[in-house]
Write a new protein. Structure first.
Length: 91
């Protein structure tokens, strides 16, 4: 069938996480999607072996690094919450 050491499984997982990011916005799954695609590319060109614990470790490190990079690039939205200092019924 297939295993986590197949390169195409990681690519499909990355695209599935990208679709999930579109459905549930918030830049939560985008870092995981980028990490999965990068692991798939690395396995595909032969940079990583077929050790599942090593693949998961590299996936975790790349996901956190890409999430942090995306967070720095996109920025943190500050001031989105509206704080009401008066009521419309106050005269």
């Amino acid at each position: 069938m297939f295993s986590l050491s197949d390169w195409w499984v990681w690519i499909v997982l990355g695209f599935a996480l990208g679709v999930l990011e579109v459905i549930v916005p918030g830049y939560i799954f985008l870092g995981f999607a980028v990490g999965a695609v990068l692991v798939g590319i690395a396995v595909g060109i032969g940079l990583l072996g077929h050790s599942v614990p090593m693949l998961l470790l590299v996936f975790a490190v790349l996901s956190v690094a890409s999430w942090y990079g995306l967070r720095r690039m996109m920025g943190v939205r500050r001031g989105q919450v509206k704080i009401w200092d008066r009521d419309i019924n106050d005269n």
